[in-house]
Write a protein that binds this ligand. Structure first.
Ligand SMILES: *Cc1c(COP(=O)(O)O)cnc(C)c1O
Length: 358
């Protein structure tokens, strides 16, 4: 069976060179005589893999020395709890509600303190990034939480709020897809299964001065300071996931780095949106100004046609185009690992489907 173009929102495609390298090294990594999965996380052979992954991520994102890089477990969702547990010194935080994950993050934080929703687009099915300029930020908030890219609705922040309090972002579905100025953030966190590697892993980039304020009830495993001191190894980390993440970082460097990926991603997204804007059958659903470059959402307006399209596309090797169960329609997730050819093939198929069905 040939590999398909997988438009899944996550877990999603991994770059082919990454998978091939992992396959080559599966039974025996270098001259170690064993698989990475079989290595002690404390062994030199493994800590070399770990250190290289951290160093490559630092280089790719130009992460300054005053930030820690952690590879933690529990995905991005675990951090919905870790964030208030580590940062809520005054017991107050501001959240911008721009999507389902943003909403879940705020709901979880409410268990630990006061949560102020500065702005929300929930009433409008999250088709845009709500205008925080009209909202009121809490003067002594411990942090402001945003979601840089809304995976389900296909929207992205085009401009960051200027905040007094440290800005915390869930970058799960956009990390490494475009250049980010890390210094604008107190914390950047991202579940790995969109742009980094397999699921279960979460990258947390945190400004060092924010460490050391965790609540007494904060579980040790969720305590960033504890994990920073332990080099993300307070307990056994997701060793193989970190290895695969490291291979992805090496691949990104080979591709020319994040700025180069950003160019390709802008081009890939434009191919789809240009077609959608001129289509007689398909309509994009996110407001133009906030369109995501990673998750492109669209509908025909007829659920039967949507279903027929998803099925026909799958038969052509264009799989997982069904929209999220809460919004319906279609979603093409085109993360870093989706090659341009996959997007071209999708657009060509949409043209053909439209000619037959419109
Ligand atoms: C996928 C995703 C999550 C959830 O990630 P898990 O690893 O399943 O916890 C959270 N936030 C955003 C923006 C996502 O895209």
């Amino acid at each position: 069976m040939e590999r398909v173009y997988n438009f899944s929102p996550g877990p999603s495609m991994l770059a082919l060179p990454v998978l091939e390298r992992a396959q080559k090294e599966l039974l025996c990594y270098g001259d170690t005589g064993m698989s990475v999965m079989e290595m002690s996380h404390r062994s030199k052979m493994y800590t070399d893999i770990y250190d290289r992954a951290v160093a490559d991520l630092r280089e790719l994102m130009a992460i300054p020395e005053d930030y820690e890089v952690l590879f933690l477990q529990g995905g991005a969702t675990q951090q919905f709890s870790a964030i208030p547990l580590n940062l809520m010194v005054n017991g107050k935080a501001d959240y911008i509600d721009s999507g389902n994950f943003a909403h879940l993050a705020a709901e979880e934080a409410k268990r630990y303190g006061e949560v102020n929703i500065v702005a929300s687009s929930r009433e409008d099915t999250y088709t845009y990034i709500p205008d925080w300029r009209k909202g009121t930020f809490t003067p002594d908030a411990d942090y402001v939480h945003i979601t840089s890219n809304n995976t389900i609705y296909g929207t992205r922040y085009v401009e960051l709020p200027e905040t007094e309090a440290p800005l915390v972002t869930d970058a799960s579905s956009m990390i490494l897809s475009e250049v980010m100025d890390v210094t604008k953030f107190g914390v950047i966190y991202a579940g790995a299964q969109k742009n980094i590697g397999p699921s279960g892993l979460c990258v947390v980039i945190v400004r060092k001065e924010l460490l050391g304020q965790a609540k007494a009830i904060c579980p040790k495993l969720l305590n960033w300071e504890v994990q920073a001191k332990a080099g993300s190894m307070y307990n056994t980390p997701n060793t193989y996931g970190i290895y695969l993440a490291g291979l992805t970082f090496q691949w990104l460097k080979d591709m020319g780095g994040v700025a180069e990926m950003e160019k390709i991603n802008i081009e890939k997204a434009a191919l789809l949106y240009d077609f959608l804007d001129n289509s007689a059958l398909f309509k994009p659903t996110a407001q133009r100004e906030f369109r995501s470059r990673m998750n492109v959402t669209f509908v025909t307006g007829d659920p039967d046609k949507d279903a027929a399209f998803v099925k026909a596309a799958a038969a052509q090797g264009l799989v997982n185009l069904k929209g999220h169960r809460t919004v319906g329609g279609m979603r093409a997730s085109i993360y870093n690992a989706m090659p341009r050819e996959g997007v071209v093939k999708l657009v060509n198929f949409m043209k053909q489907f439209e000619a037959e069905k419109a």
